[in-house]
Design a protein around this ligand. Structure first.
Ligand code: GAL
Length: 816
C-alpha cells in the first residue's frame, strides 16, 4: 500500500531536483560538495590527539596552520574516505551509563564524557578552474552538529555554533586556482543542544556556490503572495549585492513559470546602481491570474526566477519553488485558501533507523509520504531548524510545517539563528506558522520569557509579515509570561485545560503543539520490563501526556482547537520513556524508527483519512494460549463492525466516532475477520490468520528505478512469510544482506527500541534481525547506470533478491 502511494511522488521529486539545481551554467552554480571527504576523530581532552588543536597557535597570523590537520600539506592518506551526509554517532556502539543526557541521546558515546569520539575532523581536497578566477565562491553547509570551525587553505572562515541552522562562508579570497585547495572542518559535539538524539558530524548536504560579483544575497530573495479574487499578487523582494570594487549598474526582474516551465508572468525591470560593497532590496510585484493554489491535496508549485541583468547579459539567476496560498489562523480554526482545516499533525525529530541524522534527500520524501498516507497534514520540526530538503518534500507532497527555533533567547547568537531560520525557510509554502520555542521552564511564566518572546515576535514580523508564531507551553490554564504575548497559544499535553483556557481567552487561537504520546512497541502485546517493551495498543502514556483517544476526540469535536501534533510520528533515538537501558530509543512513535506502522497508526488513519480503514490487532499466533481470552481491537472508520473467528460471528458493534472497538475472544488458531459496514453501505474487511513458521523473506522496495547520481536512495522493507505467503508477525530471524552493482548499503534497522545491534557495518557483512516480523535496509546509489541487486539470506529461509535499474540522470532533462 505504501509503495503504491509513494510512486506518484517520484515525479515531483525529480521535478524538484531540476528546479532547485537548474542554474544556468556560468551564471550561478550550486555544485554538490558531498563527495570526497576524509574523516578522523580528534580528541576533546588531549590536544596531541586533536592534531595539535589548542597547542598550535592558529590565530596569531592569517593562514597560519602549521603542525595541524588544517595545513594543506597535512597527510590525510590514512583518514577514512566518506561521502556526506555523515553522522558518526550512529556508527558508534551503544554504551550503558547512568548519565541522563547520554540516555536521552540514545546511549551513544558522544558528549563531554566521551572526548575521544566527540570531535570530528573533515578534510576535502578540490580544484577550481582558473577560468573562473573572476567569480565569487562560497561554501554552504546545510547542517553540522555542532560547533563547526571551518578553514580553507589554512585560512579561518569562522565558527557556526548551531547544530541545526545552515551557514555559508565566502571563500573567494582564499581560492588557489592553480593548485589543489583544502577545506577543513573541525566539528565539536561535546556540548548537547537538545535532550534527544542529535547525531554528530556534517550530517546534511554541503554545496559549493559559484556566482558573479553582482549577485543575490544569501537567502536574499523573499517571495510572498496575496490572493485577491481571481488573481494573486506575487511579491518578490530581492536583496542584491555588489561585491566588486567599482560601481555597477544593472536591472533586476523576476519571471514566474508554471509547473511545466511556461513563463506566465514577469515583474517590471528595476534599474539599480550599486557602489562597491553596497547592497539593496528591490521590491517587485507580478500578477498571476487564476492562480493554481497550493494545498495539501494539490501542492501546486510555481517557479519564481529572479534575474540580474547587465545590458542583455544575465549575471545572476535563481530558481525558487513557490506556492500561492492563503493561511489564516483564527480562534475558530486554520483556514487554508479559505477552507477550514483541522491540524492533524505529528512532531518529529530528524533521525531514521540505520542512518541516524544523515538522511539522503530521498528519505525526507519517504518519511513525509508515510505520514501523509496516515492522513497527517502537518509536521512540527521539533525542536530546531529543519533540513532544507525536508521542507522541499513538504512543499512537493502537501504537508504543512510548524517551523521551530531551537532556543527561546534574544541574545545576538540566537537572534542570528532565528534570522537565518526565517530567511532560509520563509519561501516555502508548507511553512504555515513559526514556533519561537518549546517548554522553556526557566522563562515561560516570568517577565524574562515575556520580554524575550516580544523581541523574537517583533523580529519575526519584520522578516516575515505574512505569518505568525506560536510557542509550545507545557502549562495548563496559565496566562503569564510568554502566553500573554504569543499570538497562537501552544499546549504541550494538558489537553484537559484547553476548554477552560478557551473560555478565559476566547480570541486566542489554541493549538495542541504536543498531544497524545501513547508509548507502544511495534508488535508487542505484553509489557516486558526486562526487554523494555510496552504493549502496542493505545493503553500507556507518561503522566504528563495522554492516550490518542484522550486528546483527539477533544480536538476533533471542538472548533476552538486548531488541531494538534502527536508526540511523535516516528520513534526516534534517545528518550526511551518509560524505561532506561537496555532501551535506547523512544516508544512515542505512531510508527517505529523504520516507519513501520504500530497499531495506533490505524487509529489516526481511521479518523484522519477520508478512505476506508479497517485493522485488527493483535496478530493471531498465540500458541499456548488456546482457550484463553484475548482482547481484540478493531480500528476502523466504518459505521458498524462485525468480528468473526473461523467463520463464526462474535457480534456486530456500532463504531463510536474517534474511538475503536473491542471484543474479548477465546483464542483458537485460525482466521479472525472483521467486516465493516460504512455509512454509505460499502463492506470492508480485514483478516488476521494464524500462520505457520517462516519459510521465505519478502522484499518490498519503496521504488525500483533509481538515479545514478551517487545520492539517490531506496528503502527495502523485509518481512518473513510462511509457506502460504502469509506474513509471520512474530518472526525474529537473522537476515544477511549482500549488494551487487554500483551502490552501497547505508543502514539497517528493525524498529526494536532495545536492540543494540549495529546500524551500519563499515567493513561489510551487513545483517539485522527481524523484529516482530520486519526489518529494513537502506541503499544509496553510485554513479553507474545499470542494475543493482540486493540479496537477502537467512538460515533455513529461501534466499530472495530484488533488482533495481539505475537510470542515467542526464536523460530526459532530469538533471541540470
Ligand atoms: C516534551 C518535550 C519533548 C519530549 C516529550 C517527551 O515535554 O517537549 O521534546 O521530551 O516531552 O514526552
Amino acid at each position: 500500500m505504501i509503495k503504491s502511494f509513494l510512486c506518484p511522488f517520484l515525479f515531483s521529486v525529480l521535478l524538484f531536483a531540476a528546479g532547485s539545481q537548474g542554474f544556468a551554467q556560468g551564471v550561478r552554480e550550486k555544485i554538490n560538495f558531498n563527495e570526497g571527504w576524509k574523516f578522523h576523530f580528534g580528541n576533546a581532552n588531549d590536544p596531541t590527539k586533536d592534531f595539535n588543536y589548542g597547542i598550535a597557535n592558529l590565530f596569531a597570523k592569517s593562514g597560519k596552520a602549521e603542525r595541524t590537520a588544517i595545513e594543506n600539506k597535512f597527510d590525510d592518506a590514512n583518514w577514512r574516505s566518506l561521502q556526506l551526509p555523515h553522522d558518526w554517532a550512529v556508527e558508534l556502539p551503544f554504551v550503558n551509563t547512568d548519565n541522563i543526557d547520554v540516555k536521552d541521546h540514545g546511549y551513544k558515546p558522544v558528549g563531554g564524557l566521551f572526548p575521544e569520539t566527540s570531535i570530528g575532523w573533515y578534510r576535502k581536497h578540490f580544484s577550481v578552474n582558473a577560468a573562473d578566477s573572476g567569480k565569487r565562491f562560497a561554501v554552504q553547509f546545510d547542517g553540522i552538529f555542532r560547533d563547526a570551525k571551518v578553514w580553507i587553505n589554512g585560512y579561518y572562515l569562522g565558527t557556526n555554533e548551531s547544530g541545526y541552522v545552515g551557514f555559508t562562508r565566502d571563500i573567494t579570497d582564499y581560492i588557489d586556482f592553480h593548485h589543489e585547495n583544502v577545506m577543513v572542518v573541525r566539528v565539536d559535539a561535546t556540548q548537547y543542544e537538545g535532550w534527544f538524539y542529535e547525531g554528530a558530524g556534517i550530517y546534511r548536504n554541503t554545496w559549493l556556490l559559484k556566482y558573479n560579483n553582482v549577485h543575490f544575497a544569501e537567502d536574499g530573495v523573499f517571495v510572498h503572495s496575496k490572493v485577491e479574487g481571481t488573481q494573486a499578487n506575487v511579491y518578490v523582494e530581492s536583496t542584491v549585492k555588489n561585491e566588486g570594487f567599482s560601481e555597477k549598474e544593472f536591472a533586476v526582474l523576476a519571471n514566474i513559470l508554471d509547473r511545466n516551465g511556461n513563463t506566465i508572468g514577469q515583474t517590471s525591470e528595476s534599474h539599480v546602481v550599486l557602489q562597491a560593497g553596497e547592497s539593496r532590496t528591490v521590491k517587485q510585484v507580478v500578477v498571476v491570474s487564476s492562480p493554481k493554489l497550493w494545498s495539501i491535496e494539490q501542492p501546486y508549485l510555481y517557479r519564481v526566477v529572479p534575474v540580474i541583468k547587465s545590458g542583455d547579459e544575465i549575471i545572476d539567476k535563481q530558481t525558487i519553488l513557490f506556492g500561492i496560498r492563503t493561511v489564516e489562523i483564527k480562534a475558530n480554526g486554520v483556514f487554508l485558501n479559505g477552507k477550514h482545516i483541522k491540524i492533524k499533525g505529528t512532531n518529529n525529530h530528524q533521525d531514521h533507523a540505520g542512518i541516524g541524522s544523515a538522511l539522503p534527500d530521498y528519505m525526507q520524501y519517504y518519511r513525509i509520504g508515510l505520514l501523509k498516507e496516515m492522513g497527517s497534514n502537518a509536521y512540527r520540526a521539533s525542536h530546531h531548524a529543519p533540513t532544507p530538503e525536508l521542507l522541499d518534500a513538504c512543499d512537493s507532497l502537501g504537508m504543512l510545517v510548524l517551523d521551530e527555533q531551537r532556543l527561546l533567547n534574544s541574545s545576538p547568537e540566537y537572534m542570528d539563528q532565528f534570522d537565518r531560520l526565517i530567511k532560509k525557510d520563509r519561501n516555502h509554502p508548507s511553512v504555515f506558522l513559526w514556533s519561537i520555542g518549546n517548554e522553556e521552564g526557566y522563562a515561560q511564566t516570568n517577565s524574562f520569557g515575556k520580554r524575550i518572546a516580544q523581541t523574537l515576535l517583533a523580529r519575526q514580523k519584520e522578516l516575515d509579515p505574512t505569518r505568525t508564531s506560536t510557542y509550545a507551553a507545557d502549562l495548563a490554564n496559565v496566562f503569564t509570561g510568554i502566553n500573554e504575548v504569543i499570538p497562537v497559544r501552544g499546549f504541550n499535553y494538558r489537553q484537559f485545560a484547553v476548554a477552560d483556557y478557551h473560555k478565559a481567552h476566547p480570541d486566542q487561537p489554541l493549538l495542541g503543539t504536543e498531544m497524545g504520546s501513547t508509548v507502544t512497541t511495534r508488535g508487542i502485546y505484553e509489557k516486558d520490563t526486562i526487554n523494555a517493551y510496552v504493549p502496542d495498543q493505545d493503553l500507556t502514556a507518561p503522566w504528563w501526556a495522554s492516550r490518542a483517544e484522550e486528546w483527539w476526540p477533544l480536538a476533533a469535536e471542538n472548533d476552538f482547537w486548531l488541531g494538534g501534533f502527536i508526540w511523535t510520528g516516528f520513534d526516534y533515538r534517545g528518550e526511551p520513556t518509560p524505561y532506561i537501558w537496555p532501551n535506547i530509543s523512544s516508544h512515542f512513535g505512531v510508527m517505529d524508527a523504520c516507519g513501520f506502522p504500530k497499531n495506533i497508526y490505524y487509529y489516526y488513519q481511521s479518523w484522519w483519512r477520508d478512505k476506508d480503514v479497517i485493522h485488527i490487532s493483535p496478530h493471531w499466533n498465540w500458541t499456548g494460549k488456546e482457550n484463553q481470552l484475548i482482547k481484540v481491537w478493531v480500528n476502523s472508520n466504518a459505521k458498524q463492525v462485525e468480528l468473526f473467528l473461523n467463520g463464526k460471528s462474535l457480534g456486530k458493534k456500532e463504531m463510536p466516532a474517534n474511538k475503536h472497538l473491542e471484543w474479548m475472544v477465546t483464542y483458537k488458531p485460525g482466521t479472525l475477520k472483521a467486516v465493516g459496514y460504512t455509512a454509505e453501505g460499502r463492506k470492508i474487511e480485514a483478516i488476521r490468520e494464524t500462520t505457520g513458521t517462516p519459510t521465505a523473506l519478502v522484499l518490498t522496495p519503496s521504488k525500483t528505478v533509481l538515479l545514478a547520481n551517487g545520492q539517490d536512495a531506496v528503502v527495502v522493507n523485509v518481512s518473513a512469510v510462511d509457506s502460504k505467503g502469509r506474513e509471520v508477525a512474530i518472526a525474529n530471524n537473522q537476515v544477511q544482506f549482500k549488494l551487487d552493482g554500483d551502490a552501497k548499503l547505508i543502514g539497517v534497522g528493525n524498529g526494536d527500541p532495545s536492540s543494540h545491534e549495529p546500524d551500519t557495518f563499515l567493513s561489510g557483512n551487513w545483517q539485522r534481525k527481524l523484529f516482530n516480523g520486519k526489518c529494513q535496509v537502506i541503499i544509496q546509489t553510485g554513479k553507474s547506470v545499470g542494475t543493482v541487486k540486493l540479496t537477502t539470506t537467512s538460515d533455513g529461509l529461501k534466499t530472495n533478491t530484488v533488482t533495481f535499474s539505475v537510470a542515467d540522470v542526464t536523460e530526459k532533462g532530469i538533471n541540470p
